[in-house]
Ligand binder design. Sequence first.
Ligand SMILES: Nc1ncnc2c1ncn2[C@@H]1O[C@H](COP(=O)(O)OP(=O)(O)OP(=O)(O)O)[C@@H](O)[C@H]1O
Ligand SMILES: [Mg+2]
Length: 492
Amino acid sequence: MDLACVEGSVHALLGKNGAGKSTLIKILTGAEQPDAGEIRLNGVPVRLRSTREARERGIAAVYQELSLVPELTVAENLFLGALPRKAAAVDWSALVRRARHALAWLPEPPDPHARVAELTVAARQLVEITRAVAMHSRVLILDEPTAALGPHEVERLFAVIRSLRARGVAVVYISHRLDEVEAIADRVTVLRDGVRVYAGDVSEVSREALVAHMVGRDEAPEGRGRRATASRTHPAGQADAPPLLLARGITSLDASGRPLFRDVSFALAPGEILGLTGPVGSGASAVARALFGLVPLSAGAMELAGQPFAPRSPREALQRGVAFVSDDRAGEGVVPEAPVAHNVSVAVLPRVTVRGFLDLRAERALAARRIEQAGVTPADPDQPAGTLSGGNQQKVVLARWMEHGARVLVLCEPTRGMDVAAKEDVHRLLRRLRDEGAAILVVSSEYEEIADLADRALVMSAGEVAGEVRGRVTAGDLLALASRALPEEVRA
Ligand SMILES: Nc1ncnc2c1ncn2[C@@H]1O[C@H](COP(=O)(O)OP(=O)(O)OP(=O)(O)O)[C@@H](O)[C@H]1O
Ligand SMILES: [Mg+2]
């Protein structure tokens, strides 16, 4: 693998899930050691034996798996390892002042005193980015920094990247979103199976060519990435079927009494995919979490199959047949040390347990079938889940809930961090589950994804439902609804 990054330029790194992007980043930041080859900084060969050494040489990174310490505050996380001191003690007021300064690039900066555990995934990602930027490094590496961000935050981040570039920083940018790459990158390198297959100027290569390099010619079946029109003829919900899940005027308040969402109502029928979208902070993912007992309601009521439904815990929701795929991969996703098979079967342990003992063979067989359907690569049930690439870990989580056979499936950002082909695989899977009668709620901040998947969609803004798109959903409809809901100054 070869990569050359120039100061004052943004270098995009592209490749399918598992291509080796994150591994390369870990090597460039001293988190892993190369078996062979050489790294040069300003022409001088360097050995990076630890992340600390890399940092001291001016290489900073935002890793794909967020690495903040949840128990510590935002300010502490920002300057961990370099806390300002007065005499022997930490200078707390200086720390908070510096944190405020570092966070000032954000439209709505989090409170420096807030514990990271209390933040949303998007806010955590913004803190993570702030930390890397605050290191004033010469090389800044961003591994899927926008995965949890909405369009508004992405624009802010791009403004920061542009100013860093103007100051001569070399930026390495990993993303599966080709529109972002076109918007921000000067150079691009494509990886496939750990090898560089293309390098050049972004302005000189078409999107189609980039995709072809990523997937490899022999492996680019016709229709990949194209909308699956056939399955869209499916009737939107079983029109006469009574809704399986009903929410009436549900409202939830955060710790300080501000609404996470307010007066939200919807019905979800078996055989239907309902999309829920909106900018970060719109409350869409909080609604999803409420369905799984992770967020308490303060007003309104829900029904499941005609019975009152007020889950106080995920366990209760699961018992009633509601499953949840979180957008918090690190906190609620895979157990990294456990084998893939285990991660798949954890939702259905009774099915692979004989008289209280885990039947390893049954577990492996069950997992093998599901990971094949979900397209997990490598398809090895014995491999620790933590050694899979980010996108493949997400597929393992999906495989788990496929096996569970839930009546209601709630998914937050189900394909975040997945490459185009993997996305299409997952969409196909979800359509199949729908056609088998599951009621599916998909929360996604990507309008394209909702347009591709949903039979019907609600757009949320500032905690309320701003509008609904029925029938054939297009990204344009969603964008129009969402921007109408924005306050004047943001729209301008
Ligand atoms: N510690 C490890 N042990 C064994 N295999 C590993 C380990 N870390 C990564 N791999 C494997 O190396 C390959 C490259 O993984 P990597 O995480 O670099 O992919 P990626 O390009 O970042 O993918 P994604 O887009 O999904 O994040 C994958 O097949 C992965 O399973
Ligand atoms: Mg990765």
